[in-house]
Design a protein around this ligand. Structure first.
Ligand SMILES: Cc1cc2nc3c(=O)[nH]c(=O)nc-3n(C[C@H](O)[C@H](O)[C@H](O)COP(=O)(O)OP(=O)(O)OC[C@H]3O[C@@H](n4cnc5c(N)ncnc54)[C@H](O)[C@@H]3O)c2cc1C
Length: 323
């Protein structure tokens, strides 16, 4: 299976039916890097039988290596990492790119540990210099952009969602599809031990995010925000303050050390608007802020601001929306 030129390898992500769009974004950037360095572009897709791989074929990869197996219906990162490592050792890629989604962030360190290589998380840009991948990511509360290179191979990075344009579609030149049959689905039962839940919350795709901050007095008060999110067809987010308080799980954290979201509508309830929070939501198409302090920095980037107590404002909003 080893190719003459070792490829840039994209790890495809799926939701049980279709390929996650971050895969196409990674392919878009990787095509540019592969062309510069004269390297092939390959994709590795471990999928359940229900996943449609057609679209993946039209995005310009040279080869798509795939395995279809029922065990990949559950997002068990350890299982994925074990199985991927077998293929990767054979392919010997120069570079491996994985989406910095909840799943990718959990998979990548496991894979890097098995492959005994380095990993840079949450990159916002990538370039190649003299055959080395330069992994660019914000550091020190987004005040500087660190340029990181790893000595070990493969050079691995996770890349934030919605940083790059998707690879263009071209139906005239579909990728070569290579089904891998021989792989052992390593100890599916044996290593499926640590997960508390098979369900990973992914707020990065939600069209509407209703987020709560320290303006909430207790965890149960998120029910009020959930009612607003339900009325708007959205999902719940939170500031780091409430995640640290244990009001809501880390899957929901928006910001520099949480998720970057770009919904049509972001509603910030009782959130002051610290730079680290803004880093995760300032690209939203419309921002509505509810805060009792008229001088809260969140109002500087909000399209609409409501100065008031969220416990009074939100029920009124819900009743208006439901009329
Ligand atoms: C390296 C680093 C990474 C970080 N990463 C993140 C991150 O990913 N995400 C993140 O969010 N933060 C992050 N932070 C923390 C960040 O700096 C802030 O501390 C945090 O965002 C504050 O959360 P908050 O707005 O909920 O709380 P606060 O700043 O305490 O704001 C609470 C707001 O609620 C308002 N309020 C109070 N009561 C009511 C009421 N009844 N009705 C309406 N409004 C009310 C107040 O006026 C206030 O503005 C990070 C910090 C560091 C140093």
């Amino acid at each position: 299976m080893t190719q003459q030129n070792n490829p840039i390898l994209i790890v495809a992500e799926h939701n049980g039916q279709s390929i996650h769009p971050i895969t196409y974004e990674l392919m878009g950037k990787a095509k540019e890097l592969a062309k510069q360095q004269n390297l092939p572009l390959a994709v590795l897709a471990l999928v359940s039988p229900t996943v449609d791989l057609q679209e993946l074929r039209f995005r310009g990869a040279n080869s798509i290596f795939y395995i279809r197996h029922d065990c990949f219906a559950s997002p068990d990162e350890s299982l994925y990492a074990q199985n991927m490592s077998n293929v990767i050792r054979d392919l010997e890629p120069e570079v491996i790119l994985i989406g910095a989604t909840p799943f990718g962030r959990s998979l990548a360190p496991r894979l890097a540990a098995i492959l005994e290589t380095g990993l840079t998380a949450d990159c916002t840009d990538l370039k190649m210099e003299e055959g080395h991948l330069v992994q660019i990511r914000p550091a020190f509360s987004e005040n500087i952009l660190a340029h990181i290179q790893t000595e070990t191979k493969p050079q691995m990075a996770t890349v934030r969602y919605k940083e790059f344009a998707e690879a263009e579609r071209n139906e005239k030149e579909p990728s070569e599809m290579i089904e891998l049959q021989t792989l052992e689905t390593v100890g599916h039962q044996a290593i499926k031990t640590e997960r508390i839940s098979d369900f990973i919350v992914d707020i990065t795709e939600a069209p509407v995010v209703v987020s709560g901050g320290r303006g909430l007095k207790k965890a149960e008060d998120f029910k009020l925000l959930q009612a607003l999110a339900d009325a708007l067809g959205g999902m719940l987010g939170g500031s780091r303050a409430v995640v640290e308080e244990g009001f809501i799980s880390k899957d929901h954290q928006v910001g520099y050390s949480g998720h970057r979201v770009k919904p049509v509508l972001y509603v910030a309830c009782g959130i002051s608007g610290a730079p680290q929070h803004l880093a995760g939501m300032k690209e939203a198409e419309m921002i509505i802020a509810i805060n009792s302090d008229p001088s809260a920095p969140i109002f500087q980037i909000a399209d609409y601001g409501i100065v008031g107590d969220l416990y009074e404002v939100i029920p009124k909003l819900i009743s208006e929306i439901s009329r």
